[in-house]
Design a binder for this molecule. Sequence first.
Ligand SMILES: C[S@@+](CC[C@H](N)C(=O)[O-])C[C@H]1O[C@@H](n2cnc3c(N)ncnc32)[C@H](O)[C@@H]1O
Length: 231
Amino acid sequence: MDRSNTVGARGTESVVSLCFEREMPSAEVERIKQRLGARAALVVPATVGAAWDRARQLGFSKSSRPEVGALMATLAAAVPASGRILELGTGVGVGLAWVVHGLHDRADVEVVSVEVDREKSDLVSCAGWPEWVSLVVGDAREVLPDLGTYDLIFLDIPGALKESVVGGAVSALRPGGQLLIDDMNPYWQRRMPGEHPVDRRDPDGLVDDPRVVCALLRYSSGMILATRKSA
Ligand SMILES: C[S@@+](CC[C@H](N)C(=O)[O-])C[C@H]1O[C@@H](n2cnc3c(N)ncnc32)[C@H](O)[C@@H]1O
């Protein structure tokens, strides 16, 4: 449950939004919304729910939060005709399931997801993806330069490694292409009053990279969204 407060002329107004990690009957969602006074509820689609079940069975706790996945689905839906999408760090396929959900019945987009752990990648490959999805087993740092250019990149490998690929990821963005980096929240939590706004959680000074325009998304696990300038 997320509660955001706005202070206005009528005092503090609270907006509650809910997030469910399993598919739920809509009547049940409505009942919980009313009970908690929630304005909005995000429920994961069945395909994403199946990926969550896989994560639970394996005890894998690093899957993207639904708020992050929903953003990926939203960005994927906006990819231009014949576009390409890249995920770095497949995990057990939760983020990938959101991307496929966002693309719905489009078949003109190519999706590539890279995972260093062969066991995980093999497991994900059994989940029945559309034919335009390909899984690559490899270290993102090594394979990225050979994977071509993209309209959307989801950078989701662990903390310190992000720094070593973020420059390459920006280089791989097409003009107007977008890069979403997850798990930036600890940076904002640790920030002290008066501290410089960019610390080492900002991979390789991305917000100062003249090739991109950035937004810091301070919700859920915390994200940076960067768009590659057209010129
Ligand atoms: C946070 S999880 C990914 C979660 C996934 N993107 C999702 O949305 O559910 C990070 C994944 O990156 C993988 N990984 C770690 N180092 C990597 C590397 N150098 N190249 C590619 N994948 C890597 C890990 O094995 C792990 O599965």
